[in-house]
Design a protein around this ligand. Structure first.
Ligand code: HEC
Ligand code: HEC
Length: 450
């Protein structure tokens, strides 16, 4: 009898183990709350541009702008529309999400600088979300404009910021900042030649981090690395300051891992989605995982010759840059693993309805085009906004039109996405091509439920 009870106990224990393990994985709620406050409320960097530059830049737009003093809200909206920022879903001192105020290096002039959300904060259907990739941002637009409005020349950068709205060259920013540091993070007089040539990229949604064992598109950095998400501070922080700020970034890391994807807001055809689930489990789950009460995510890095998508993100990161990173404080606990085969990590597909355009370079505007590669446009216009009028519920993603022949509209040149540019190729990931159209439609219906 006693044995039976023990067995029962052991059985119950086994039942609880997975639940306990998940709870231990879940970030501490107090850390999450601190992290949220930091992401929403704290500017870690000194101001780059003065308040005066922000108010003056509208005069350079070549079209009437609201008066920044008489109608500050209207001005902030016009500024956000022009440069592809979104309203902040938290109090942000009148600024769009992605900009925050702080003092300039002189300690006297108030100004502003970008924060994580310039790339990691977006909107869809008029609602802004922290962690939704910003697919509208035009870095190459606001960067020089704000410097000019501040009476300065923008620094000459040894790489392309972006040729298209919504992609940014975060990778080259990090490599360039890293190249002016020694392994002990002291400043170098001359930059270290890195030999990297990374392309502009679409940012990944923050809500997938919690499922990942490794992160970044190449899947070589442990997802537990807190220090790797501090690289943007390399613009100004000392080794000492990095150490002091690490606990804050541990909280930010916890917050990022707590973020849930928004749910598909329109009706879903459940019968079609059920059929689509079978298609998914047969053709997609081996790389992307299964999605039910829990997510079973295999964390697959798929070699370049199998995935076939644009290779520049993988080929463009030199071994020297990885070795240098691995020699610094950033990599002490969680080095980049150079033994992982070169390829792209198949991402979790939770919330995938909201994060078009697709692939690491944001080259594919809809799920249907992703799953039927001959349909992918080569040169098209990004939508004018992320309002639902531009959202395609049938194909899931952004409606698009082919870009007209000839040079782009000088008023908004980076509205054009041109797949012939470096890193922006639309090839590869042909796993949906073999499906029949009805199967593909069912599969897309299923993807809406994730
Ligand atoms: C200039 C745009 C930009 C800024 C600013 C930026 N990021 Fe990113 N972030 C990216 C891009 C692009 C990637 C993908 C990089 C890659 O894999 O090559 C990325 C990747 C990440 C990832 C990995 C996600 C995953 O699932 O693999 C995390 C976490 C992250 N960023 C956090 C942050 C935090 C925290 C900040 C602010 C301190 C920040 N980022 C600032 C563009 C940006
Ligand atoms: C052999 C592995 C593999 C298979 C099979 C596979 N995928 Fe993928 N998938 C990937 C990889 C790797 C990426 C990232 C590629 C990149 O960004 O260059 C990806 C990217 C995606 C993306 C874009 C994700 C984003 O955030 O932009 C979607 C959506 C997707 N896959 C859906 C599917 C569907 C649906 C199927 C089944 C028809 C499928 N995949 C089959 C490996 C696979």
């Amino acid at each position: 009898m006693r044995i039976d009870i023990q067995r029962l106990g052991a059985g119950l224990l086994l039942l609880f183990v997975p639940i306990v393990a998940r709870a231990a994985d879940a970030p501490d709620p107090a850390a999450v709350e601190r992290g949220r406050r930091l992401v929403e409320g704290r500017q870690f960097l000194k101001a780059e541009w003065s308040d005066a530059a922000y108010r003056a830049v509208g005069k350079a737009w070549g079209e009437p702008a609201p008066d920044p003093d008489g109608d500050p809200e209207g001005y902030a909206r016009a500024f956000a529309r022009r440069y592809g920022l979104h309203p902040a879903p938290f109090p942000n001192d009148g600024l769009p999400m992605g900009l925050k105020r702080s003092m300039k290096a002189d300690g006297k002039t108030r100004g502003m600088q970008v924060d994580c959300l310039v790339c990691h904060g977006g909107s869809i259907g008029g609602t802004s979300y922290v962690g939704l990739p910003n697919t509208q941002v035009d870095y190459a637009g606001f960067f020089p404009d704000l410097f000019r409005a501040d009476g300065r020349r923008a620094p000459l950068l040894p790489f392309v910021l972006n040729t298209s709205r919504g992609t940014t060259n975060a990778g080259m920013m990090s490599v360039a900042l890293m190249s002016i540091r020694n392994p002990d993070l002291s400043m170098r007089t001359f930059p270290m030649p890195m030999g990297s040539n990374l392309p502009e990229l679409d940012a990944p949604p923050w809500w997938v981090l919690k499922y990942k064992r490794t992160m970044y598109y190449d899947g070589r950095t442990p997802a537990a690395s807190v220090r790797s998400i501090m690289q943007f501070l390399l613009a100004e922080k000392t080794a000492e300051q990095f150490r002091e700020l690490e606990p804050d970034f541990a909280d930010i890391h916890a917050y990022i891992r707590s973020i849930e994807a928004p749910k598909y807001p329109f009706p879903i055809d459940r019968a079609a989605a059920d059929r689509g689930r079978s298609v998914f489990e047969a053709s997609c789950a081996s790389c992307h995982g299964t999605y039910g009460a829990t997510v079973d995510y295999p964390n697959e890095v798929v070699p370049l010759d199998v995935i076939g998508t644009d290779p520049a993100r993988i080929a463009g990161l030199s071994d020297r840059a990885v070795e240098h990173y691995n020699a610094t404080w950033f990599a002490e606990d969680h080095p980049v693993d150079p033994t992982v085969e070169r390829g792209y990590q198949a991402p979790p597909l939770v919330g995938i309805w909201a994060s078009a355009p697709y692939l690491h370079n944001g080259s594919v505007p809809t799920l249907r085009a992703l799953l039927d590669s001959p349909r992918r446009p080569r040169r098209y216009l990004r939508p004018p906004s992320t309002d639902f009028e531009h959202y395609d519920r049938r194909d899931v993603g952004w409606k698009f039109v082919e870009a007209p022949e000839g040079p782009p509209d000088p008023k908004d040149p980076r509205r054009v996405f041109d797949a012939s540019r470096y890193g922006l190729g639309v090839g590869g990931h042909t796993f949906g091509d073999k499906l029949g159209e009805a199967e593909r439609t069912d599969l897309i219906e299923y993807l809406k439920t994730l």
